[in-house]
Ligand binder design. Sequence first.
Ligand code: NAD
Length: 496
Amino acid sequence: MTDQFKNYIDGNWLMAPSGKTFENRSPADRNDLIGVFPASGPAEVDAAVGAARGAFAGWRLVPAPKRGEILYRVGELLRKNKEEIARGMTREMGKVLKETRGDVQEGIDTAFYVAGEGRRLFGETTPAELPNKFAMSVRMPIGVCALITPWNFPMAIPTWKMFPALVCGNTVVLKPAEDTPLTAVKLVEILSEAGVPPGVVNLIHGRGEEVGAALVRHPQVQLVSFTGSATVGREIASACGQSLKRVSLELGGKNAQIVMDDGDIELAVEGALWGAFGTTGQRCTATSRLILHRQIAKKLTDMLVARARGLRIGDGLDESVDMGPLINEAAREKVLGYIDVGKREGARLLTGGAIYKSGSSANGFFFEPTIFDQVKPDMRIAQEEIFGPVLSILEVNSFEEAIEVLNSTAYGLSSSIYTQDVTRAFRAMRDIEAGITYINGPTIGAEVHLPFGGVKDTGNGHREAGTTVYDIFTEWKSVYVDYSGKLQKAQIDNAE
Ligand code: NAD
């Protein structure tokens, strides 16, 4: 019998009244049906937002340390269920088990980190300019937050958004990606078990154009937190601009790793392999460009190609596999399209470039690890986000040229440089246009207690994680308490 999953509205698990559903199948084996989920519409969005609005009145008054304690319990339950969630995640989105375990771990780390924030949420006190007057600023919750998330980090990304939103006293409606609804169900089950009151967290499944768009436009949604493609991000930002909603956007990347002539080549090969082919290249922080100093380019390229050819491709549930499938047919078509683009533009295909077919992989969306060299900075494969296991190698003659090439795309999420020279390392930290820079590490590997986000077309200036995420999910209020017993006029009574 097919497993049937539901929406979660006001503390109840509900089917869509229309009875419409969509299927969730494993990208490693299309014959593996995980379950069916409600294909919701505007009516369910309205019900979920109404429930969140209703619950806000009570949740905002629960002391923040108490809200933090519930999130701590969420962290404990995530830890208890880590293996089961990771296996379900690998089955529904394909990345290998050690990575899905890491994805759940990010949720656990976020829960414990944010739980402590319940006892901080610091504001400021400052002297007032008039006598017998007190001044301070405090953080206030905003209201109903719509959280719209992609499929590549089905646990980490919803938790980055949801836990800070909740500890600040907001209520939420989560709209997960159509390809990863199961992990969202697991998360919400845990929140409910941990004691989050009805209506505080709501979950709506369905298509982005339908459910996501209706959420963004709902008049009772005060804030939209979106992670996904730049195309959809632009649409959401325009809609939020019209209704003056707060919107935070975490969008695409075209991340590069530089290796200078003094870099540790073996370390750089390890980093590039993990950065380019981890999660089958489907990370917003994936390494999609490798910028090599001409002196070491040939040696490093030969080593990397040999290693890429040795990667084991297959079902991520098999512990011996290095790289799982792409997420769906459209993704595989997109990657194939870019292989053609690269060849037509004159880049040289060194390895890969084709659908991977072997044994049991015929029913999945597998693709070979692919490396192009002789790539020029203005080629489309050096400029556009491919979101697959495709790495472009560009050669440069100097440090200055490396930085210029790295900065020459519209995006600015993650970046990396391998060098033993402290001067170059500090110049890179200063001159690279990106939200994240690694020295002697790959472009992936963010930790939850540092700000996460990018510059240029990667976002709109917000940062998730760290202490900066609270600027997304709270409004500042300045409070003045006058205990002088008389009318005091600022800038007038105390003027010279
Ligand atoms: P996507 O933009 O197609 O979808 C993201 C979410 O938006 C999904 O839940 C989808 O249903 C919803 N959506 C789609 N159309 C919508 C609309 N018109 N209105 C409202 N919601 C809509 O992205 P994806 O393919 O799921 O994810 C891949 C992209 O996400 C890549 O570009 C990647 O770089 C980016 N990403 C960025 C970060 C980051 O933190 N910067 C992290 C992970 C992924």
